[in-house]
Design a protein around this ligand. Structure first.
Ligand SMILES: [Zn+2]
Length: 882
């Protein structure tokens, strides 16, 4: 367990480090239980720091073995070493070299932070504060040093030895069965970007020629036998490298770029300089083992980690409060990459669905926090949807407000001005203010105010004056610690759509100019009057989801259907259908709870029918149009007194009604889209599969025998994982003999592949029926399941808590009890995974009173536990705070 520190940490308490580290020489002698780490730090007093200052180095569960200063052992009365800190009260106030020897036990490291073992492989994870679990160090991102790493290990146990930078030496250790490798990284970096790997790994190699003509070696290291499943990751990497050169002018800087895939990993992947370490789930893919969604995600995550080389590594964060500086910006960059590589509209809809499902929910609950928090107890708990996804939206809004040319100029200035530095959000935004001449002061509220802004828009047409008036009011709801809010800058992209589907010219009566169709809202309430509007228009608001807001507008169902069919903005075509469906689902959820009949809506069915009849639409987009809002989406819209059973029933009834009413065209599309060509993961082929499987799913929602038989047939005959999984997922919702046969067959086919067995776990955890909880509990005893592997825990238990709203929120509270029991069991071993699982209870306050009481009781059971990790203690305290 880590020792408790003087938390919380506050942004306003930031001060520069007293000591800087110029170089770090690490000598790591790998051993399964006693790895010796000798770190030699070239330290110097920081001119900006307070002098004369003691030297205080961070540690976490460390044991000091030896300590020398400029080569001479330091007398024990001159320092204090505890597991959590090494203090030299009166160090010389001049540059000196400190050599620290520690011994760590990678096999006992179940937290997967610091140096640990994934199977037989040694690997590291240092973000955010894992380096201090390897050696004593000023473990903060604004201490940037040049690292040289020597690794030594038994030749047969760890034939591959990797660290950051370029390989400068390697060989045998004479007279022993050991060998060594020396890596040097010439770019100064913070300790969180340090990495090393040792083990038996196979390697796939390729090359990339950069825009200035340098050749870079690309290597992906995986478990032996999995080399063939790296092709997509390698292809994604090369496309990402080229894209970053073309779109941002950023070139790779070392001679080699390496990716290592490991199976025990707390996160998705980590951007360590030159040596990215990945959860193998986000590297390995083949048509037989991965779905289109997996292929898509691998491409995005490979790109994301690569893009960090400039946004995160070359320019890093001054402190962890600036986490969104690297994460929000890099998510924005990977979203843009995916949009350019695939369909921009489909990518945007997918990103917004994710934002609403995770970030909007977070923003509306007890764990809400600003994109840049001002305070944290445990930084590991701030790797959140708000920092990542809302952080990306904030960067996108800068681009929307400034336009693409100014945005690129601002990015160029940022790279030129801050390369090699640990920067702040203020410095980032200042670059855009400087290139555009705009005052972005009010815009900074996006970084400091939590909560999703709510916009109410009311439009009125004046036929006599040929004007259209749009009144807009904005509010930002109260969030923990922020009872009142200032109005924000909201870039609202709009169009006024004429009866022929074309956009009418946008001219404001007061002569103000509108750039690129974007209104910049800045006040609590404001009005815009458009002149020379010759016909009553249909307003299309927040086009492309130009701002991450909740929008309420007085647009009739007829106008929504019109927008669904005719809007030139693809995102708003999708949004129009979503809004129609959401209105109906809210009404029907309320009706079912009150014991009334659900209402039917021919208009929605007509709109979906029109989608199926529109031959001009790309299949991936049609599939999204046919996907009704999820149960969590409906719960979020209801916002209070939520009854998950009523939501489930309303949604199931609507899906069945759609499948019934549109059976003809759904069957037609299903048949038309049958592929005879071999599987290809490209976006167009994936889109056809997505539409075909969406049709199948709606048909099967009716429970009609021919549709169930079709799903069973697709399951059996599929030649790729996408179609097989889609059929199995459809079948899993139907309590029929076909389901158990297919589930048994799936396990039998893939029993020896943990990543595919994970899919099998997740699918069963998501079945919306009362027996599921017992099934999930039983699966925790399955031979393929392990509480020590985060992927298995996520596949089974997170999946239950996050994708099974009905059974997780069982009326008897047994779902909460199960999750809380798991959290308490996991917490001593892996606090990060435990804390993340506990955050699945973040929406407990919106539940109807009986469930709310049960969820609160479960949370209080965690709060009362005798020894909690800082990670889990932080989540439970915030979740329960009044
Ligand atoms: Zn990242």
């Amino acid at each position: 367990m880590r020792t408790e520190e003087a938390r919380p940490v506050r942004l306003e308490d930031y001060r520069p480090p007293d000591w800087l580290v110029e170089t770090v020489e690490l000598d790591v002698s790998l051993d399964p239980t006693a790895t010796r780490v000798r770190a030699t730090l070239a330290l110097k007093p920081n001119g900006n720091g307070a002098a004369p200052a003691p030297l205080v180095l961070d540690g976490d569960a460390l044991t000091l073995a030896a300590l020398t200063l400029d080569g001479a052992p330091l007398p024990s009365e001159q320092y204090v070493a505890t597991p959590g800190r090494l203090t030299i009260a009166q160090p010389p106030q001049r540059p000196f070299r400190l050599t620290i020897e520690t011994v760590v036990d990678p096999s006992a490291n179940t937290q997967l932070s610091g140096l640990y073992r994934s199977g037989a492989i040694y690997c590291t994870q240092c973000e955010a504060e894992g380096f201090r679990r390897i050696t004593y160090f000023p473990d903060r991102p604004d201490v940037m040093a040049v690292y040289t790493t020597r690794i030594e290990a038994e030749k047969d146990a760890a034939p591959v030895l990797l660290a950051n930078g370029n390989l400068v030496d390697s060989g045998d250790v004479p007279g022993t069965s050991r060998h060594f490798a020396v890596w040097h990284d010439p770019f100064p970096k913070p300790s969180y970007l340090f990495a090393l790997v040792g083990g038996t790994l196979a390697c796939v190699e390729d090359r990339f020629r950069t825009m200035s003509g340098r050749d870079v070696t690309l290597r992906i290291y995986v478990e032996r036998g999995k080399e063939a499943r790296c092709a997509h990751a390698m292809d994604s990497l090369k496309r990402a490298m080229r894209w970053d050169e073309t779109v941002f002018g950023r070139e790779y800087d070392l001679d080699i770029f390496m990716i290592v895939a490991v199976s025990d990993f707390n996160m998705g992947a980590m951007e360590n300089k030159g040596l990215n370490i990945f959860n193998d789930k986000y590297v390995l893919a083949s048509p037989e083992t991965a779905t289109d969604v997996d292929f898509d995600r691998i491409e995005a995550i490979i790109a994301h980690e690569y893009f960090h080389n400039w946004t995160g590594n070359r320019i890093t964060c001054r402190d962890w409060f600036q986490l969104c500086l690297k994460e929000g910006l890099t998510v924005f960059r990977d979203q843009e990459f995916s949009a350019d590589e695939r369909s921009r509209a489909v990518e945007r809809i997918g990103d917004v669905r994710g934002l609403r499902a995770h970030q909007f929910v977070e923003d509306a609950g007890p764990l809400a926090h600003p994109v840049r928090p001002r305070l944290y107890h445990e930084i590991n708990n701030f790797y959140t949807a708000t920092v990542y996804e809302k952080g990306a939206e904030v960067v996108r809004m800068i681009k929307t407000l400034l336009g693409p040319e100014s945005f690129r100029k601002g990015m160029d200035l940022y790279f030129a001005r801050h390369d090699g530095q640990a920067a702040t959000i203020e410095q980032f935004v200042q670059c855009f203010a400087d290139v555009s001449g705009r005052d972005l002061g009010q815009f900074m509220l996006w970084y400091s105010q939590a909560g999703t802004p709510e916009i109410v828009a009311t439009g009125n047409y004046d036929a006599r004056g040929r004007t259209y008036r749009l009144d807009v009011a904005q509010t930002v709801p109260a969030t923990p610690g922020q009872p009142s809010k200032e109005p924000m800058v909201i870039p609202l992209a709009i169009g006024l759509v004429g009866r022929d589907g074309r956009d009418l010219p946008l001219e404001l009566a007061d002569g103000r100019a509108i750039e690129r169709g974007v209104l910049a809202l800045t006040k609590p309430a404001e009005s815009f009057v458009f002149r020379d509007v010759g016909e009553p228009p249909v307003p299309s608001l927040n086009r492309g989801f130009s701002a991450p807001i909740k929008l309420v507008a007085n647009i009739s169902a007829d106008d929504l259907r019109f927008l669904a069919a005719r809007d030139s903005d693809a995102f708003n075509r999708w949004q129009a259908v979503q809004t129609l469906a959401t209105r109906l689902l809210l009404d029907n959820t309320a009706a079912l709870r009150a014991g009334r009949q659900a209402r039917k809506d021919a208009g929605l069915i007509d709109a979906l029918g029109a989608v199926l009849a529109d031959g001009a639409l790309e299949p991936a987009f049609m599939a999204l149009m046919l996907t009704l809002p999820g149960e969590a989406d409906i719960a979020r819209e209801i916002g209070r007194d939520v009854d998950p059973d009523a939501i489930f029933a309303a949604r199931a009834a609507l899906r069945s009604a759609v499948g019934e009413a549109l059976a003809g065209p759904l069957f037609d599309h299903y048949r038309r889209l049958s592929e005879s060509a071999p599987y290809s993961p490209d976006a167009a082929s994936a889109g056809r599969r997505a539409l075909r499987n969406a049709c199948l799913d709606l048909l099967a929602a009716t429970r009609r025998a021919d549709a169930v038989a079709l799903a069973a047939r697709q399951y059996r005959s599929a030649d790729n994982m996408t179609d097989r999984m889609a059929a199995l997922s459809t079948l899993s919702f139907i309590d029929a003999p076909e389901r158990s046969a297919a589930l048994d067959d799936f396990y039998a086919r893939y029993a020896d592949d943990p990543l595919i067995v994970d899919k099998w776990f997740s699918l069963q955890a998501a079945i919306p029926e009362p027996a599921t909880l017992d099934r999930v509990k039983a699966l925790t005893a399955h031979s393929a399941f392990s509480f020590s592997n985060p992927n298995r825990v996520r596949a089974l238990i997170h999946a239950f808590a996050l994708s099974n709203q009905k059974e997780f929120n069982r009326a008897d509270g047994a779902g909460y009890d199960f999750v809380v029991d798991t959290v308490l069991a996991l917490d001593p071993k892996n606090p990060q995974v435990a804390a993340r699982l506990l955050s699945s209870l973040k929406s407990w306050r919106v539940l109807e009173p009986a469930r709310r009481a049960l969820a609160e009781k479960a949370l209080q059971r965690v709060a009362a536990a005798s020894s909690l990790s800082p990670d889990t203690a932080d989540i439970v305290q915030r979740a329960l705070a009044k």
